[in-house]
Design a protein around this ligand. Structure first.
Ligand SMILES: NC(=O)c1ccc[n+]([C@@H]2O[C@H](COP(=O)([O-])OP(=O)(O)OC[C@H]3O[C@@H](n4cnc5c(N)ncnc54)[C@H](OP(=O)(O)O)[C@@H]3O)[C@@H](O)[C@H]2O)c1
Length: 248
């Protein structure tokens, strides 16, 4: 079997589905994971080759472990694991509830933690592997108030990603850990946000899921640590903190 085996979480729609199609077209083998089995099957079919669709609720550690086990049983190895599951929220910071925070951490942080931890024994055994965590520009700067709890969760994910990279860099330097930070992307993300809010597709200045997927596909081909999907994003973050930061 040639080509990398690439597990993509949240592959039933949006960025994950677009990435699965590009991975399949490049000759690598995508493993598509999400809850909506029919959509997964349809997309996997369009990927061609040996693409695999696995239905799982990745907020459950046991189901994440089952994805690792089923992929290894069917394809024999995992080369890349893309933690792409995520969900927004639409609620002002002063209105946030315990349940809001629990949901944001579960879906945006714990799903990625489970993914990293459950695939790690396999990567350690092989002495190589690649984790890609899909974060957000909002994980760098909390500039959109109704998404405050999502911003905080993605900040958490960024920090966790950096810590994983540092830990593994000491013992297993051939296991790479990448962070990818898109800005606004035209997907169902806005519509799927907790408590509703505007459809992202009605907003100005976004990217297509295909454009973001192409950047992630580039990171699969040539691993890098920390990647924005749009030119100018890094400067935007620097500008944000040069406006808000104060010296002692
Ligand atoms: N769109 C944007 O503006 C934007 C910007 C920056 C970053 N991002 C990030 O990009 C990533 C992908 O988002 P998207 O824009 O493609 O949104 P999306 O279309 O809403 O995709 C979310 C995906 O996650 C899956 N998912 C949700 N809960 C799940 C669960 N419990 N178990 C398994 N799968 C689950 C969904 O599939 P099922 O419902 O079938 O399970 C779906 O495939 C997210 O991490 C998001 O935070 C998005």
């Amino acid at each position: 079997m040639t080509g990398k085996v690439v597990v993509i979480t949240g592959a039933s729609s949006g960025i994950g589905a677009a990435l699965a199609l590009q991975v399949g077209a490049s000759g690598d083998i995508p493993v598509l994971v999400a809850r909506r089995a029919e959509l997964l099957q349809e997309t996997a079919h369009r990927c061609g080759g040996q693409a695999l669709a696995l239905e799982a609720d990745l907020t459950q550690r046991s189901e994440t472990r089952a994805v690792v086990e089923q992929t290894l049983a069917r394809l024999g190895r995992i080369d890349v694991w893309v933690n792409n599951v995520g969900r927004g929220i639409f609620r002002q910071p002063s209105e946030l509830t315990d349940e809001d925070l629990d949901e944001m951490l579960l879906i945006n942080v714990k799903t990625a933690l489970y993914g990293m931890q459950e695939v790690l024994p396999h990567f350690r055994e092989r002495g190589q592997g690649h984790v890609i965590n899909v974060s957000s520009l909002l994980g760098r700067m909390p500039y959109f108030l109704p998404r405050s709890a999502y911003c905080a969760a993605k900040h958490f994910l960024n920090s966790l990603t950096a810590s994983f990279r540092e830990e593994l860099g000491e013992t297993h330097p051939a296991i790479r850990v990448s962070l990818v930070s898109p800005g606004l992307v035209y997907t169902d993300f806005g519509r799927n946000a907790l408590h509703g809010g505007p459809d992202s597709r009605g907003l100005q200045g976004g990217q297509s899921a295909e454009d973001v997927a192409a950047v992630i596909a580039g990171v699969i081909a040539s691993p890098r640590d920390d990647v924005y999907t749009r030119p100018g994003s890094r400067q935007q973050v620097l500008d944000y903190y040069s406006r808000t930061g104060e010296d002692a």
